[in-house]
Design a protein around this ligand. Structure first.
Ligand SMILES: [Fe+2]
Ligand SMILES: [Fe+2]
Length: 383
């Protein structure tokens, strides 16, 4: 196994990267550096997915459009060949031969992370009961406020989050509410679900020591994409609640990959540089994110949307996929704080399919910026 296979895969990936269309909102993935260069970090874009080869996806997740190998990472076959090596020195020597020029730590990091993904050696967090039950209630037409209160009251931190939003300036009212039922009346049942989901993603699912700031940034990006996707869905006929949910979890794969990064770093007692972590996101976050959503039993359309959020040809075909794909692009603009040159978005097949011109995109950008306020993520104002 090894040297020549890895080289062949990298050459194939380089060719594919040159031919691949630009991922929306991002420059094309950079070509892999020469094999002899050290260290072998790709300057992976935040979002551009280097992708996983057909048939190599963890957990049977489907992503047949991914035709190239995970650039700079190990394939499932390579991992299978290496798992039979018991001796750690022998393993280090073998993987080192596959990536000449890279440091021992980097090669082992790439091996252990790839192994964890392909052999599913990581554990996905459990979705809290309260989030699951609230999602079910919002899809139940006969659900009453009392049903919501029963789910929320046993969860003090969720109670506090809902009351805080109800008393925020966004829902400006003269009198502060102090009970869940009054808070629900003020903000509405659908808003309760959104707050509960954000609260879950922010506080319940992932705690990764040493990566708190990066985790906060990733959660914030997901919230911004959810809000933007929700705004788009309200105009386009996509189910707004689904657009919010899919937007909120579209990059959850990055949170899972980050948790694996934390585990591998501890195992190796070595800290990966940020470009290497970004490269891991690019290689694995889409299939791992889809797998996580299936694990949490999210409806099929949500999982499909997570899968397609970097695949314009696929995303163009469905109103929900379009809302999340464009919501993701808008979220990057919201984070930048500056309004984009939306005229330049007219080349994007998803924007074309959604029939959004520059003026409509600009209006959506403003609407999403305002709509972020209740969630404690006010978007930066333009200078
Ligand atoms: Fe992504
Ligand atoms: Fe994203």
């Amino acid at each position: 196994m090894g040297f020549w296979i890895f080289g062949r895969r990298r050459r194939r990936a380089r060719t594919a990267a040159r031919a691949a269309p630009t991922v929306a909102g991002h420059p094309p993935a950079p070509a892999t550096p020469p094999r002899a260069a050290a260290p072998v970090f790709e300057e992976a874009d935040d979002e551009a997915t280097a992708a996983v080869p057909v048939g190599d996806l963890p957990g049977g997740a489907r992503a047949e459009e991914f035709a190239t190998g995970p650039v700079g990472w190990f394939s499932r076959d390579e991992i299978a060949g290496l798992t039979e090596i018991d001796d750690s020195r022998d393993l280090a020597r073998r993987v080192g031969m596959m990536m000449p020029g890279a440091s021992r730590e980097e090669v082992l990091f790439r091996y252990h992370l790839s192994r964890s993904v392909f052999l599913e050696e990581y554990e996905l967090p459990v979705l809290p009961q309260s989030a699951n039950r609230l999602m079910a209630l919002t899809r139940e037409p006969k659900a009453r406020i009392e049903d919501y209160v029963k789910v929320i009251e046993p969860d003090p931190s969720l109670v506090r989050a809902i009351i805080d939003v109800a008393n925020s300036s966004f829902f400006s009212a003269l009198q502060a509410v102090t009970s869940v039922d009054r808070a629900i009346v003020r903000i509405g049942l659908l808003e309760v679900e959104r707050i509960a989901l954000i609260h879950t993603l922010r506080t319940r699912l992932f705690r990764i020591a040493g990566f708190e700031q990066m985790l906060d940034g990733l959660v914030r990006h997901n919230v911004e994409a959810a809000v933007a996707a929700h705004c788009i869905a309200k105009r386009s006929g996509a189910p707004p609640a689904d657009a919010f949910l899919a937007g909120l979890f579209h990059d959850v794969g990055k949170l899972v990959v980050l948790a694996i990064v934390g585990d591998v770093q501890r195992k190796l007692d070595w800290s990966a540089p940020v470009p290497l972590v970004d490269s891991a996101f690019a290689a694995f976050h889409v299939p791992v994110g889809e797998l996580a959503c299936r694990h949490w039993k999210f409806p099929d359309p949500i999982c499909a949307t997570v899968r397609s959020h970097h695949a314009p040809q696929r995303a163009a075909g469905s109103p929900l996929d379009r809302a999340v794909y464009i919501g993701n692009r808008l979220a990057h603009e919201l984070a930048a704080g500056d309004e984009a040159d939306f005229e330049a978005w007219s080349d994007d097949p998803v924007v074309q399919a959604a029939r959004l011109d520059a003026r409509a995109l600009s209006a959506l950008f403003d609407e999403a910026r305002q709509a972020l306020a209740p969630y404690g993520f006010p978007a930066p104002q333009p200078a």
